[in-house]
Design a protein around this ligand. Structure first.
Ligand code: C2E
Ligand code: MG
Ligand code: MG
Length: 478
């Protein structure tokens, strides 16, 4: 009554039903008569509210599927480990883990099996770790581990290999025997970085490298990985602008037909006029475009531009456009080609599409259907870079190609290597009987040209006749 402010107290009371949390708040209320005052006391039983908020806190910090800490808690725990290093065992390792074929299994056997697999994986991993090691699920099939207090750097690799080996034995789930692999990226503190966030980023880049190097393996973070990733990111950002900002341009390289000894067509080769970096060649950005999916826009742009350009020539010369295997993943490829033809008014017979063997490798039945649909538009299909991939002559049976382009590495070897000659002879022999045209790519010398003509190549392309140049400067006739 004497203190005029509000009163507040909390206590735990033992009751017959166990301890209950009680909150008491008190307030003084003046009466109508200035001499009388009242006290209002309110008691709340907070027990259920407290339990619910603890539950919410747990849920916000754990993954419901596996019960492991989630990314939020993992980051807190990692920061705590880094703040308190043990002086005698100074190395902390952060591992990023990723299952190698989880998506395939999840799609093929269904999500309940996928979920059970994640739980089984989590428990196998946990068994391999020491008690004070941290294991978390960051999302999807991505897990992370912190190994605090390692005596040396090599200890991280030993542990990573143990985790990989532990996952090697098949899982038995719901009557299915499931085999998966594990890829791991490792970052170390001190050394790679001191902040938790950066360590996780470094481990993630090392994971990417492990996957690129063949999966089911671990890789330590190295500084070059950061530079590569940074460059890839900046290329990606710039490329988005290039697509809309008209920085992409096609160069044209003449294709010579010996029968008519004339320029019968051109290959359209893309170039990027980068505002700072200058002229960028396709090998430096097509892979990034493929990884990021930008290739669909880049490819459509190349098709439209090449058809429009060729339609303006007033000749019957053909134009060849390269297609990336990634473009075959889109259901819209045929529609894009059709619209490039329709919009430009180019006769379909003048358009040639160049694909590589890899199109026949992955998903080949579907891709062959797509190739047939494209061919049905009236365009011709060429098999590019023949000799660099698997170079199986059986590909020539799986789809009726109109043309094979022998890769420049063979062409340039033709005088030195009897093997190259023998392979070229096999290709030309086979294509003669199948009535497929043969282009020799990368012809640089008169001697190469003579040899290849004797062997029966029908078309030639290379610096000997002309380099790729902007449309206005192209070689018009021999
Ligand atoms: P490709 O389709 O095999 O193109 C032939 C490459 O060989 C071109 O390189 C061309 O400039 C080069 N070349 C031609 N003649 C000679 C020669 O006599 N000697 C030597 N050393 N090289 C010669 P470029 O323009 O750098 O293109 C490289 C690759 O990039 C192309 O190989 C193609 O796979 C890809 N590419 C180019 N434009 C596009 C495009 O619009 N879309 C897609 N998806 N890929 C493209
Ligand atoms: Mg090509
Ligand atoms: Mg080629």
């Amino acid at each position: 009554m004497r203190s005029s402010g509000p009163f507040r107290d909390e206590q735990v009371l033992p009751t017959a039903h166990g301890p209950r949390s009680l909150r008491t708040t008190g307030q003084i209320i003046p009466g109508a008569d200035p001499r009388s005052r009242y006290v209002l006391l309110i008691n709340d039983d907070l027990t259920d509210e407290r339990a619910a908020s603890a539950q919410i806190h747990h849920m916000a910090h754990h993954d419901t599927l596996t019960g492991l800490p989630n990314r939020v808690l993992f980051r807190e725990q990692l920061d705590a480990v880094l703040a308190a290093p043990a002086p005698r065992r100074p190395v902390t390792a952060v591992l990023c883990l990723d299952m190698d074929n989880f998506k395939v299994i999840n799609d093929a056997l269904g999500h309940p099996v996928g979920d059970a697999l994640l739980r089984a994986l989590a428990s196998r991993l946990r068994q391999e770790l020491r008690e004070h090691d941290l294991l978390a699920r960051l999302g999807g099939d991505e897990f992370a581990v912190v190994l605090p207090g390692l005596a040396s750097v090599d200890g991280a690799g030993v542990s990573a290999q143990r985790l990989i080996d532990a996952v090697r034995a098949p899982f038995l789930i719901d009557g299915h025997t499931v085999s998966v692999g594990l890829s791991i990226g490792i970052a170390l503190a001190p050394g790679d970085h001191d902040s938790g966030e950066q360590l996780l980023r470094c481990a993630d880049m090392a994971l990417y490298e492990a996957k690129r190097n063949g999966r089911n393996r671990f890789e330590y973070f190295r500084l070059e990985m950061d530079e590569t990733a940074r460059r890839r990111r900046s290329t990606e950002m710039d490329l988005r602008e290039a697509v809309t900002g008209q920085q992409l341009e096609l160069y044209y390289q003449p294709i010579i037909d010996t029968l008519y000894s004339d320029v019968t067509g051109y290959e359209a080769l893309i170039r990027w006029q980068h505002p700072q970096r200058g002229l960028v060649m396709p090998q430096a950005f097509i892979p990034v475009a493929e990884e990021t999916g930008l290739i669909h826009e880049v490819g459509a742009l190349a098709l439209h531009q090449a058809c429009r350009e060729a339609a303006s020539w007033g000749t019957e010369q053909s134009v060849a456009v390269n297609l990336s295997p990634v473009q075959f993943k889109s259901d819209r490829l045929k529609a894009v080609v059709a619209s490039a033809l329709a919009e430009s008014g180019l006769a379909p017979g003048r358009l040639e599409l160049e694909v590589t063997e890899s199109v026949l490798l992955d998903n080949s039945d579907r891709n062959i259907e797509t190739l047939k649909a494209l061919k049905a538009l009236g365009v011709r299909i060429a098999l590019d870079d023949f000799g660099t991939g698997y170079s199986s002559l059986s590909y020539l049976r799986s789809f009726p190609f109109d043309k094979i382009k022998i890769d420049k590495s063979f062409v340039q070897d033709v005088e030195q290597s009897r093997q190259s000659m023998a392979i070229i002879r096999a290709i030309t022999g086979m294509s003669r009987s199948l009535e497929i045209q043969i282009t020799a790519e990368g012809v640089e010398t008169r001697e190469q040209y003579e040899r290849l003509r004797e062997e029966g190549c029908s078309h030639f392309q290379g610096y000997l006749f002309g380099k790729p140049v902007p449309a206005g400067q192209r070689l018009k006739r021999l």
